[in-house]
Design a protein around this ligand. Structure first.
Ligand SMILES: Nc1ncnc2c1ncn2[C@@H]1O[C@H](COP(=O)(O)OP(=O)(O)OP(=O)(O)O)[C@@H](O)[C@H]1O
Length: 330
């Protein structure tokens, strides 16, 4: 079995009589990106705070291991293995980027010379060398986030918690953050990512868990999650009306558009179902002019799982999303 960077069983947390996490299980293999998705207030930040030792779980909860260490009996060892960048940045705007880095080096008790070297290397890696001597308050949002992550890396953490790292960033800065996250993982770091952007989880995460009503409503790869909701289909387009009519006869149950000469055959996007469509075309001696596979996107999954909660904006906000009746999965 792959070693787990994070293993939680029955993680519970209440604030007073408000139950936020109702015994969730998490298993994050080393060197992977795990994304926790959920609407506002679902408990994502609470989970990050608990896993990073900033908040105690409820005593009745199960075992939690982070970086191979027991969170309750060995929180110091957990802290030594992790880095956290939250929604509220650790960057001090009154001092320069370089001074922020050197402060972190001091906190990690690095010898002066090594601290300066590590700071310079990380500032370089995150494209902040030119701005290093300027007060961090003059940095753009993207530069501050990069500095924040660079500061987290001073301690060489093996596991990094990124709580909504791209919220409020413009598309270019968001893409540059994605690149940074990919490079971290390529270097063996494990990333626990919370995000409001479904596209972000889709882009980055090896596995995604959707948090809803205190529980994990579904977990899997982006592709596995997309297969949980209806809406996938293979679209066949024709230019010749006679061929189109032949296809209509061959695919009795497909929905049809006689004007555009297209057929939509329900499909989960799997290889097996795609082959069945191709086999049926072949045996009817029909060749489509265009064949495209449409799988539901993570938005569909999210809305299905969280009962249509409109709290999570997609990357390109979709305020006019039509109400689509969707089945809850679990
Ligand atoms: N210290 C606290 N005391 C009482 N309730 C709290 C506290 N912190 C969080 N909560 C509540 O717990 C729930 C989960 O909050 P949390 O911040 O973990 O959600 P989230 O999924 O991170 O939300 P967001 O996407 O808005 O950041 C919310 O209803 C919140 O109001």
């Amino acid at each position: 079995m792959t070693d787990l960077a994070i293993a939680a069983n029955g993680l519970r947390k209440s604030y007073g009589d408000k139950l936020v996490l109702d015994g969730i299980d998490l298993a994050v293999p080393e060197g992977t990106i795990f994304s926790l998705l959920g609407p506002n207030g679902a408990g994502k930040t609470t989970a990050v705070k608990i896993l990073s030792t900033l908040l105690p779980p409820d005593p009745a909860g199960g075992s939690i291991r982070v970086g191979g260490h027991d969170l309750l009996t060995d929180p110091q060892a957990v802290r030594a293995a992790i880095g956290v960048t939250g929604q509220f940045s650790a960057v001090d705007g009154l001092i320069t980027g370089e001074e922020n880095m050197l402060l972190m080096a001091d906190l990690h008790h690095l010898p002066k010379r090594e601290g300066r070297q590590v700071a310079a290397d990380l500032l370089e890696r995150f494209g902040l060398t030119d701005a290093a001597r300027k007060p961090a308050s003059t940095y753009s949002g993207g530069m501050k986030r990069r500095l924040d992550i660079a500061m987290t890396l001073v301690g060489s953490p093996r596991i990094i918690f990124l709580d909504e790292p791209t919220t409020g960033l413009d598309p270019r800065s968001r893409h540059s953050m994605w690149q940074i996250i990919r490079e971290l993982v390529a270097g063996g770091v494990t990333v626990f990512l919370t995000t409001q952007y479904l596209e972000e989880a889709d882009e980055l995460a090896h596995r995604i868990a959707v948090l809803h009503d205190g529980r994990i409503a579904a977990e899997g790869t982006a592709e596995e999650l997309k297969r949980l909701v209806p809406g996938g289909h293979v679209q066949l387009r024709f230019t010749d009306p006679a061929t189109y009519q032949g296809a209509v006869s061959a695919f009795g149950t497909a929905s049809r558009n006689d004007e555009t000469l297209t057929l939509q055959v329900p499909s989960d996007g799997s290889q097996r179902q795609l082959r069945a469509v191709l086999d049926r075309l072949d045996s009817a001696g029909i060749e489509a002019d265009e064949l495209t596979v449409h799988t539901p996107d993570l938005d569909d999954v999210f809305f299905a799982l969280t009962g249509g909660a409109a709290a999570v904006p997609a990357q390109n906000d979709q305020p006019d999303r039509p109400d689509q009746p969707k089945e809850a999965v679990r």
